[in-house]
Design a protein around this ligand. Structure first.
Ligand SMILES: *Cc1c(COP(=O)(O)O)cnc(C)c1O
Length: 378
């Protein structure tokens, strides 16, 4: 592949920070750089949150579910269109997922459907243990609304902000919402630690418990003492050094991805092409530029486009396949009107890395326009 969907983009300071770790010989799962990354991240988010850095976003979500009391027999309600790492941890806890459709207004979990379903569940005394909406493709959910709905029913709210570091909604940063939120620093995300994640909460006690669980639930004793089940989930001090450097350029990375989005949108304003909406009050990072192709109007399908790009060694991808359509989750309950299925059918994520050059983006745009124009001419 010559042009990638989303590549790691170092700022230049990471190498020096990693060298600092080598010089101190804290090439270990804990150390001063890890503390610094957590502190810097909490300062960046503001609002008195605490942070625990872990090995992945998936691990962070697993810890959040466990610490909010999700266990075998409980239900967790989540958006169906998400990455597997946003759904697997529900199964790690032996719980039952229920998958929700997206809202056509912002393409994140539909809060109207949630409210309706919670009202019905409250009547039947069958409320879920937790609700996990996803800040999809760089766009935060309507966090104020989700918080007020979940508070009304006393249901834990865990926000999956894995794709949306740097996003805001109504002046609130992604990662600060709910009882807890998780972020990911996987290699394809807007900032990366090569692999890693963050658990964030205003509940400092919850974060402290997460730190214990993520280091094999060791208790303070000279020998190894355990009274609860733990995990080896802590972020390494070495990876944290990369994170400290990356956090310093998060604002620049958001600006770069938004610039790419605007150029795509302006250049590809053609019948049958639409882009992920950004409602009032939202400031998406445009982690990935997502467009849809209506074959009846555009004369081509999403797949025609993906294959044409691939033939030129340009990576693009369909939107996430909704979890209720995945064989693993066959039989899981689904709530919605199948708006997400239509998006999966027609949606394509375009190369959106913050290091993409103007000429590379022009090449992507050129391939798409060529195909659109050729079909219209026929
Ligand atoms: C990337 C991602 C995760 C998982 O993060 P990892 O760090 O890859 O484990 C979870 N949920 C969503 C929505 C994601 O995009």
């Amino acid at each position: 592949m010559r042009i990638w969907l989303s590549r790691p983009h170092m700022s230049g300071t990471e190498r020096r920070l990693v060298e600092e770790v080598f010089d101190s010989n804290f090439v270990a799962p804990v150390g001063p750089m890890l503390d610094r990354f957590e502190r810097n991240f909490a300062d960046y988010l503001g609002g008195g949150v605490s942070c625990a850095a872990v090995s992945s976003g998936t691990a962070a979500l697993h810890l959040a579910l466990r610490l909010k009391g999700v266990e075998p027999g409980s239900e967790v309600w989540t958006g169906s269109m998400t990455f597997a790492g946003g759904a697997f941890p529900i199964l790690y806890q032996g719980a039952q997922p229920v998958f929700f459709d997206l809202s056509p207004t912002d393409w994140t979990m539909d809060a109207d459907l949630l409210e309706e379903a919670l009202r019905a569940a409250a009547r039947n005394r069958s409320l879920p243990q937790a609700v996990v909406p996803t800040d999809l493709y760089g766009q935060s959910v309507d966090i104020d609304r989700f918080e007020s709905i979940c508070e009304r029913y006393g249901v834990a709210l865990i926000v999956d902000s894995a794709e949306s570091a740097g996003a805001e909604r109504d002046g609130r940063k992604a990662g600060t919402g709910g009882d807890a939120a998780i972020l990911s620093f996987n290699g394809n995300k807007i900032i990366t630690t090569s692999g890693g994640g963050m658990l964030v909460s205003r509940d400092a006690g919850l974060i402290q418990r997460a730190r214990v669980l993520s280091t094999q639930a060791r208790e303070p004793a000279p020998h190894y003492e355990h009274s609860q089940l733990g995990y080896n989930y802590r972020m390494s001090n070495l990876a944290a050094a990369v994170g400290v450097g990356q956090l310093g350029v998060l604002g620049d990375r958001v600006a770069a991805r938004r610039r790419l989005f605007t150029r795509y949108r302006d250049a590809l304003a053609r019948p049958g092409i639409t882009f992920m909406p950004e409602p009032d009050g939202a400031h998406s990072t445009r982690w990935l530029t997502v467009m849809t192709v209506d074959p009846d109007i555009a004369g081509i399908t999403r797949e025609d486009l993906r294959l044409a790009l691939l033939a030129r060694e340009i990576e693009s991808r369909p939107m996430w396949k909704p979890m209720h359509m995945q064989p693993l989750f066959a039989g899981a309950r689904y709530v919605g009107r199948r708006f997400d299925e239509g998006l999966f059918d027609r949606g394509l994520c375009l190369p959106s890395g913050s290091d993409l050059t103007v000429s590379e983006q022009d090449e992507v745009i050129g391939v798409i326009l060529e195909l659109l124009d050729r079909r219209i001419a026929c």
